[in-house]
Design a protein around this ligand. Sequence first.
Ligand code: ZN
Length: 174
Amino acid sequence: MSPVNSLLGIEGLVIERVDNRRDIHVWARPRERLACVHCQQTAVRIKATYRRTLKHSRQGNQLVVLHLSVPKYHCPGCQRYFRHRFAGIRPRLQATEAYRLEVFEAHEGGVSQRKLTATHAVSSATVERWYQFFIRQRVSELSGRSCPQVLGIDEHFFSRKQRLCHEPGGSQEP
Ligand SMILES: [Zn+2]
């Protein structure tokens, strides 16, 4: 595996070109076509290719920017279209999940939004949004592991308490 490949850490990519100047720009495409996401037919055709530019990581004082070729496939089996999906890259975002996590962990570790704006070329609002995203993800992971009975009792308790507080002045008449 080339240094750039391990540097990217994204499965199934072929590196086409690397431009190492102020930032490190990496051009890459999928190693192979996907099977149809609708019917699993493997003989799909490439209908068009889009380019996506994503921030991927920071190496020293350089940003690693990924320029991805994203094929749009046509499936002759079911006649439907779909775009190539990459592990670790969500649709529509302009950064990889690795990058978002990197920013989240830095911010959680005490790096300010202002500092991250300078080092990671993202706005304060973006840092805040990503931070909230990973916090919510962590909370939902934790609540999935904890005992549901205890949660149930808590929710019940709060809803009953709220009802007790609000009912006397409420409009409900017997
Ligand atoms: Zn299909």
